[in-house]
Design a protein around this ligand. Sequence first.
Ligand SMILES: Nc1ncnc2c1ncn2[C@@H]1O[C@H](COP(=O)(O)OP(=O)(O)OP(=O)(O)O)[C@@H](O)[C@H]1O
Ligand SMILES: [Mg+2]
Length: 213
Amino acid sequence: MSGRILTVAQQKGGSGKTTLAAHIAVALARQSGEPVAILDVDPQGSLGTWFEAREGSLGEDNTGLEFRTASGWGARREARSLAKSHGYVLVDTPPKSDSDAKPAIDVADFVIVPIQPTPVDLWATSQTIQLADREDTPALLVLNRVPPRATLTGETAEAIAASGFEALATRLGNRTVFASSMGRGLTATEESSSSKAATEVTALVEELIERIG
Ligand SMILES: Nc1ncnc2c1ncn2[C@@H]1O[C@H](COP(=O)(O)OP(=O)(O)OP(=O)(O)O)[C@@H](O)[C@H]1O
Ligand SMILES: [Mg+2]
């Protein structure tokens, strides 16, 4: 097996990288039926903390995911190794630091870039996309924390299209359950399967599977 390596990256802090990595990983395992691994290369270790909470909530043998950490260039080796035995490897990266995120972007088949719908967030995104472009790795933008009926969202979507960047059609709303479920080591889908957040994540991952094969 050689699984797909999906690196979640965005220079801008707090854009939703860790939230997206966890939600996509759990939903991919369920919707693709393939084994999924998560790799935390962020020294903050937020994804690892989430995974520990997950072990506490579900039991060590019932997380449905394999978890590893790596730093610097070790991320490439670890991601490749995980891809041998998993259909998908989700890599969570730190904000700001090129040197930490670069190896994870280098090794990726696709880079997933969460972006909140504001002009400032789009500026920061360009740098992440340039890193992916240098490796000829497709970058897929995901609009995250989208408020209801905001003109700015439409304007940001237009600016993304005008820049020639590729965005997934599915957007994630600004919904408390994304944050609260993470605290218990779960995802919105697991905590409230009938929530709007759950519907969005399912649609996002369906679109992702179609796009990346
Ligand atoms: N769609 C959403 N709706 C509501 N809250 C969200 C959503 N996405 C993320 N958040 C919240 O925004 C904050 C930042 O999210 P997260 O930690 O995933 O971002 P990050 O990009 O990983 O941050 P960092 O750059 O520090 O690693 C968290 O409190 C998270 O719960
Ligand atoms: Mg994070």
